[in-house]
Structures are given as C-alpha cells and as structure tokens.
Write a protein that binds this ligand. Structure first.
Ligand SMILES: [Zn+2]
Length: 222
C-alpha cells in the first residue's frame, strides 16, 4: 500500500490533519488511485505545502483487487483492508477525511435511491449534477456510520463515489479534483462546507438534509 505523507507546519492551517483514502475494496483502486496520485503530485509540486494545506496523508488505494466487502458491514472492518483503514484513522486522528470509491453504472439507482435508508440503513448518495454542471454522475454522501464513530463531532468526513464507466474522462477527474482541492485549502469544517455549498447549492442542500434526518441533532453534516 502506497502512502504519501506531507507534514504541515504548525502555523496557519498547518495543524489541520487530513486523510485522503481510495480503493477500499474490490477493484475500486484502479479508478481512485490515478486521481489521488494526481492530488499527491500537485501537493508535492507546491512549494509552500505546509502553510496552505495542513498535515496530509494520501493513500491512493488501500487494496488493489481485494475481495469486495461493503463498508457498511461490520465484516469490512475485520478484513485486512478494513483494519488498515481503522489503523490509519486511529494513528493519525485526521479532522478531515475523504473516502473515494468507484461504482458501476448498474449500482447508480441503488446508491441514489430515496428508499436507501429503509433498504440499507443509510441515506442515499446525492448526485452532484445540477444545472451548472455536466452529467458527470459523481456522488457525494456521508461515510459509514460505524466508521464515523471513530471521528469527533467536529471532524469533516465525506464519501465521494466516482462513476467507473466515466472515470477516464478528463471532465470527471477534474471535477473530483476540484472537490479535493477545496479539501486541501480549507482550514475548518465550516470553510469546507461554505465552498461546497457555493459549488453545488442544490446538491449540498439535499445532502445536508439527508444527513440531519439520519443523525438528527447528534451530529452536524458531515
Ligand atoms: Zn466502494
């Protein structure tokens, strides 16, 4: 497993620790790794990394072709990949956490189904497409509730689902990169949310409402 570490400086946002992880199961790493590798090289190329981006850990793919176990199941966290993931979170204690997945076209309906909470126990993902964006079918949502427990209330945790069948397209990759760059530049959860709301006003409204409906007042999005 490849891991990039870019330690931040203690001044400014240098203290904000951020973990970006992709390829949690099955072959998703084939799709997430190129994007997270690009992110790592952008950070590497940026001279003042520590001042701008915080303390970064980037894992392009936890596994390359492991068994597929859904991250909503407790079983996942007993698998090799799952234990590496929880180990990373416990070790680094990030306050920003980005989880990149990739889904097939046939899963679109299941993942975005308004009935998903009834069927799978978690809110549906929100498609980021709106009038301002092309139909890239990038999905956004909260992380698995069992994993969210490892974080504090004030942490920011987000899942991004890439469409496998379109992940080679420059427009799709660039849109994901834009979201991740907001992650790099944000110092606080509030800042991150403000930027996301600017980019996706409708989608964020829906995603936040779904989150609040699920967690009630126990947790603020995300
Ligand atoms: Zn996945």
């Amino acid at each position: 497993m490849k891991l990039y570490r870019f330690p931040g400086r203690s001044s400014g946002s240098g203290g904000t620790r951020k973990l970006f992880v992709g390829g949690l199961h099955g072959d998703e790493g084939l799709y997430t790794a190129p994007i997270l590798e690009t992110l790592a090289s952008e950070v590497e190329a940026e001279a003042e990394v520590g001042d701008n981006y915080g303390d970064l850990i980037i894992v392009p793919s936890l596994t390359m072709g492991g068994r597929y176990i859904g991250v909503l199941s407790e079983e996942y966290y007993r698998s090799r990949e799952g234990m590496i993931l929880t180990g990373l979170i416990k070790r680094y204690k990030p306050s920003f956490y980005f989880e990149l997945h990739a889904y097939g076209e046939s899963s679109y309906h299941r993942l975005t189904n308004p009935e998903r909470e009834k069927r799978e126990g978690v809110p549906p993902f929100v498609d980021l497409d709106d009038h301002e964006h092309t139909h890239n079918h990038i999905l956004l949502g909260s992380i698995a509730p069992v994993l969210r427990e490892l974080f504090s209330a004030g942490d920011f945790c987000l899942t991004i689902e890439l469409p496998k069948w379109r992940s080679d397209e420059e427009g799709v990759r660039e849109e994901v990169m834009q979201i991740l760059r907001i992650g790099l530049l944000s110092e606080t959860k509030r800042e991150m949310l403000t930027q996301l709301r600017k980019m996706y006003p409708d989608a964020l409204k829906r995603a936040e409402a779904l989150f609040i409906q699920y967690y009630h007042s126990r947790l603020e999005p995300f």
